[in-house]
Design a protein around this ligand. Structure first.
Ligand SMILES: [Ca+2]
Length: 283
């Protein structure tokens, strides 16, 4: 009997020890999860994400793509939330970039390959992004669900604002605008080589001014509601372009300002920059 009680005590003690070990493990896992989440939410735009791989292909963004963490911004009175991280070109696409890949240069102001390509039609901008996608896919640097494409209008504004709520990403004072943007006030009536002005807080250049930038969306007035991952209407007559340019006053370069044009038109103050992200619904 004494021996049986002794064995029972040993069994109970072992059970208690196992329970304590399980509790400690559980707490450790919970703390690890919490810290892991905390670290992720503390990441900011511009920092490198964890490697992304799919079907044995690891995503290797082009070197001039800036990582933009998913998040929310206020568009007029309503929040717009982007739930997927993406990348955006640090610079406007240059004439050298475009000529090198497409074998032509539609620009009205040729001569300097570091100037942004302009007078480029929406469809030509899309064709350029498609060509980059094909090249990167064939090189094994682009998993199948990702592609180079034009940014949605919401992605463009989110990245332009870079967490700011002012008229411009550099504040509200237009007397400082010349440090950040080529606009009618300082452009000498022409576009300028990319990256000569100061970048926005997320390291993106010429988001305000130089050339306006095509976005993927058809134009329509914004719906009066909170939106998640908006991609614009299913069809339309005009595509949106954003950011102001060398041809307009600084007021046109406000983060919130938008303009539109037929996708089959090109004009000498509209260019584009690329996004890298998940595919969008067909439009
Ligand atoms: Ca621009």
């Amino acid at each position: 009997m004494v021996r049986w009680r002794g064995e029972m005590n040993i069994v109970v003690q072992r059970a208690h020890r196992k329970f304590r070990v399980a509790v400690v493990l559980f707490i450790a896992m919970a703390v690890g999860w919490l810290f892991g989440c905390g670290k992720r939410s503390a990441d900011s735009a511009g920092s490198s994400p964890s490697p992304i791989a799919s079907q044995n292909v690891t995503l290797m963004p082009l070197s001039n793509m800036v990582f933009i963490k998913a998040g929310t911004f206020m568009r007029i009175r309503y929040p717009v939330t982007l739930t997927h991280d993406f990348w955006l070109s640090k610079y406007e696409v240059t004439q050298g970039d475009f000529q090198g890949l497409m074998g032509k240069n539609p620009s009205h102001f040729p001569g300097d390959t570091n100037q942004p390509v302009e007078k480029v039609k929406f469809f030509e901008a899309v064709a350029y992004c498609d060509a980059v996608t094909r090249r990167e896919r064939e090189a094994g640097r682009l998993p199948p669900e990702y592609l180079y494409r034009l940014p949605t209008e919401a992605e463009w504004e989110y990245a332009c604002r870079a967490g700011t709520t002012n008229l411009y990403s550099f504040g509200d004072k237009t007397d400082e605008a010349g440090e950040f943007a080529w606009t009618l006030e300082n452009s000498d009536d022409k576009p300028h080589p990319i990256g000569q002005k100061r970048p926005n807080p997320w390291g993106l250049y010429d988001m305000h001014g130089n050339v306006w930038e095509w976005c993927n969306d058809w134009f329509e007035p914004y719906p009066a509601m909170a939106l998640t991952n908006p991609v614009g209407p299913k069809t339309g007559k005009f595509k949106v372009f954003r950011g102001g340019g060398w041809n307009n006053e600084i007021d046109f370069a406000r983060s919130a300002n938008r303009f539109m044009m037929s996708p089959s038109n090109g004009i000498n103050f509209v260019g584009f920059r690329m996004a890298l992200g998940l595919g969008l619904p067909r439009r």
